[in-house]
Every structure is written in structure tokens, then in C-alpha cells.
Design a protein around this ligand. Structure first.
Ligand code: G1P
Length: 288
């Protein structure tokens, strides 16, 4: 079975839910504690054995590429000042030369279109997609958990969580088949159904392992929910032709594209940090 070597990170979104912070700053560069949101996704991918990171970027987003570059002046200054541990940490977080590449989604035509923009960089091999807004804190990286399932079942694997019925219109929703409580067979997928039309409360969140045929479906440029080219629709057309499973992963997901989800991520991750956690929890107690 082909190894999952590449991840696509669609980072062209405008971040309108986080205005005014995102007038100039890409939403992916907003910090959660002391790391930009996008770095959590890159670290998760690297810790899951991914070798190549493909950014599908947009105008005004070049800061994201700069962030993962070698900041030679900064690194030299840290070395001169003897701040070796910090420097080592930064170096470990920097992808090797050539391991991160960027292309652009020239128009905002939807998630499916963004993934399709990476088709030449992906080539004809199975690949991963990570939606950076969905920050996942997990004992084993979520993507690694999914790759393990893919190695067993083959085919496509998506991350799923149970959501309240009145939230179905925010997500791709699964029509479930056989379900062992952890891995669920996917019989159908609907993008953002109204609560009464939703086939379940099982929502796809931003982690996907996909076979290359999804690119052929995306190439049809069919318009779906919200007038956009939807990844969900392209995946739905592959059901029945290829294995399709959802994984209830172990870990917590925070929607960092939303103000409250973003704040919760900061609180949750700061509170568990060994260095600042104890002092931060004392501060938090003053506000409850
Ligand atoms: C996208 C997908 C949707 C998925 C969601 C997960 O929607 O289209 O199927 O459930 O991400 O976060 P978006 O959040 O971009 O509207």
C-alpha cells in the first residue's frame, strides 16, 4: 500500500469570522498561546510521517510561507546570545528544504476547488488534507490515527465527531453504515444539511485521507452547497467505488475559525502547558 507522503493545507480563506484581526494578518497566523494556528497543523503532519506539505494559499497570505522559512538573522542572533535550546526548538519546527511548497487558489471557489488546485503537486497517490482551523489536541496525532486506519481498511478515511442536531448545517454529515463505535463505514455524505434533512449527527471535521481519484471528481467543477465546489460532493461520488470510513479519533477538536472556539483552544492549551499552566490557571480562576 502506498505511504501517505503528502498533505494539502488549504489556507486561502479570508477569515471573515475573525475580523478585524484578519484584515491584514492571515487567520492561520493568529497565535494559540505562542504558536500560529497553522504551525499546529504542520507539526501534526510531520509527527504523522508526512514528508511534503502543500500550502494552497492566496493573495496576502505569503506570511505563512515566511513563517516556515529559515529566519537566518533571527537564528544567528539566538546562537550568538547562547539561546541554544530555543534555537534547537525553532530548527526542529522548520520543515527541511523543499519539504514545504505553495500554490495559489486564485479565486474563492470552495474547499473542493482549493484541493483541486494542488492536483499537480499531489500527483497520482493517496494524500491527506488538513483544515488548519480545526486544531486537534490529541495524545497520538489525529492524522497518524487516521493513517493507521487507512493502512488497515484501505481507501478514504475522514475524521468524524458527533455534533448537536442543530449544528448539522455547519458540516459535511455522514450517512453511517457498519459502526464499531470507533470506525464507521460511510454510506453517504451530505454537505451542510438542515437538521431535519441530516442523515445523522456524525460530522466530518477537517482531516481527510483521500485516494487520487477524488481529483478526477473535483475536475468536474460541479457547484454544490453555498454555490461552491465542495470536497464533500466529490467524495460522495466515490462512495461504493472505494472503501470509505470515518474515524472517531481520540483527542479534542477546537474550531479556531470561530471566536469562541479560538478562545477555548487558547485556554485549553495554555492551562496544560507545564511552564505557564499553573500560573495561567490561577489567573483564570479570577474570571469564573
Ligand atoms: C468544511 C467542509 C465540511 C466540514 C468542515 C469541517 O466546511 O466543507 O464538510 O464538515 O469543513 O470543519 P467549512 O468549515 O469550510 O465551511
Amino acid at each position: 500500500m502506498a505511504k501517505i507522503r503528502k498533505v494539502v493545507l488549504p489556507v486561502a480563506g479570508l477569515g471573515t469570522r475573525m475580523l478585524p484581526a484578519t484584515r491584514v494578518l492571515p487567520k492561520e497566523m493568529l497565535p494559540v498561546v505562542d504558536k500560529p494556528i497553522v504551525q499546529y497543523a504542520v507539526e501534526e503532519a510531520m509527527a504523522s510521517g508526512i514528508e511534503e506539505i502543500i500550502l494552497v494559499s492566496g493573495r496576502g497570505k505569503s506570511l505563512i510561507e515566511d513563517h516556515f522559512d529559515r529566519a537566518v538573522e533571527l537564528f544567528e542572533t539566538l546562537a550568538r546570545r547562547g539561546r541554544r535550546a530555543e534555537l534547537q526548538r525553532l530548527l526542529a519546527q522548520t520543515p527541511e528544504p523543499g519539504a514545504i511548497v505553495a500554490t495559489r487558489q486564485q479565486e474563492p471557489k470552495g474547499l473542493g476547488h482549493a484541493v483541486w488546485c494542488a492536483r499537480h503537486l499531489v500527483g497520482r497517490e493517496p494524500f491527506a488534507v488538513v483544515l488548519v482551523d480545526d486544531l486537534i489536541d490529541a495524545p497520538v496525532p489525529c492524522l497518524a490515527q487516521m493513517i493507521a486506519v487507512h493502512e488497515r481498511t484501505g481507501g478514504n478515511v475522514v475524521a468524524v465527531v458527533e455534533v448537536p442536531r442543530d449544528h448539522t448545517a455547519r458540516y459535511g454529515i455522514v450517512a453511517p453504515g457498519a459502526d464499531d463505535g470507533r470506525v464507521v463505514e460511510i454510506r453517504g455524505l451530505v454537505e451542510k444539511p438542515a437538521p431535519d434533512a441530516a442523515p445523522s449527527r456524525l460530522a466530518v471535521i477537517g482531516r481527510y485521507i483521500l485516494l487520487p481519484e477524488v481529483m478526477d471528481e473535483l475536475a468536474r467543477h460541479e457547484i454544490g452547497a453555498g454555490g461552491e465546489i465542495q470536497l464533500t460532493d466529490a467524495m460522495a461520488r466515490l462512495i461504493g467505488r472505494q472503501p470509505f470510513h470515518g474515524l472517531r479519533f481520540e483527542g479534542r477538536r477546537f474550531d479556531c475559525g470561530d471566536r469562541l472556539g479560538y478562545l477555548e483552544a487558547i485556554v485549553a492549551l495554555a492551562a496544560k502547558r507545564p511552564d505557564i499552566g499553573p500560573a495561567f490557571r490561577e489567573i483564570l480562576a479570577r474570571y469564573s
